[in-house]
Design a binder for this molecule. Structure first.
Ligand code: CA
Length: 231
């Protein structure tokens, strides 16, 4: 495991290196944003720990630049305990997690383990499938560039479907991902939401469509190409 720490406070950076080093992580330290961006671009890392207040380029800009360059290494932002808006900004810019200073090494290690498990799969800030566009960070949804007003739960349902295109998702999958774990109502509530989404989104013929797969669940997919069509 190789970890990059972008932090200008030497004592914090060294404490992290020491703490993670004993666990067998290889830790590189960059002491400003420009250097951090260079390291992150030149070497593969399992996790990047990124401070916000940095000389040269701040942590937000580093994170944005990485995601813009299709670098999906998990990013853990270090935020100030007093600045909640920093946490929201970090997530909006593509960070995966945040930890407010000061933190304990035990907690830091737990966050890192979770991020390593997640891996570096692309997690674009918006998902586009045909005419449908969903932005999970901004919690916005568009069809053919027109904004669609959805309730929080409606949005979560379409987000989940959009994250799993061409795949059959069961009502229980939707419940597990959208409702909290102690929901013990009727799974058919999912049907109600899918019906509402079909009406509100009013997806055009070019697709995608939310199809019902009898006895199995739902599948968000683009319409099948007509036979004989060449393109
Ligand atoms: Ca700093």
């Amino acid at each position: 495991m190789r970890i990059l720490v972008v932090e200008d406070e030497k004592n914090v950076a060294n404490a992290i290196r020491k703490g993670l080093g004993t666990e067998g992580y290889a830790v590189d330290i960059a002491s400003d944003g420009r250097e951090g961006l260079w390291y992150a671009t030149e070497h593969p890392y399992d996790v990047i720990i990124l401070d916000i207040m940095l000389p040269e380029i701040d942590g937000f800009a580093v994170c944005k630049a990485l995601r813009g360059a299709d670098n999906w290494t998990p990013v853990l932002m270090l935020t100030a305990r007093t600045a909640e808006e920093d946490e929201a900004t970090a997530l909006d810019l593509g960070a995966d997690d945040y930890l407010s200073k000061p933190f304990s090494l035990v907690v830091l290690k737990a966050h890192i383990r979770a991020l390593v498990r997640r891996g570096s799969e692309p997690r674009p800030s918006s998902i586009e499938i045909g005419a449908l566009k969903v932005d999970p960070a901004a919690r916005k949804c568009w069809v053919s560039d027109a904004t669609i007003q959805l309730t929080t739960r409606e949005f979560s349902v379409i987000e989940f479907l959009a994250r799993n295109p061409d795949r059959v998702v069961s009502k229980l999958d939707v419940l597990d991902n959208v409702w909290d774990y102690n929901f013990d109502g009727d799974p058919n509530i999912v049907e109600v939401y899918v019906r509402r989404l079909r009406t509100k989104l009013n997806l055009p013929d070019v697709g995608p469509t939310i199809n019902t797969v009898r006895g199995a669940g739902y599948r968000l997919e683009m319409p099948a190409k007509e036979q004989g069509e060449t393109s």
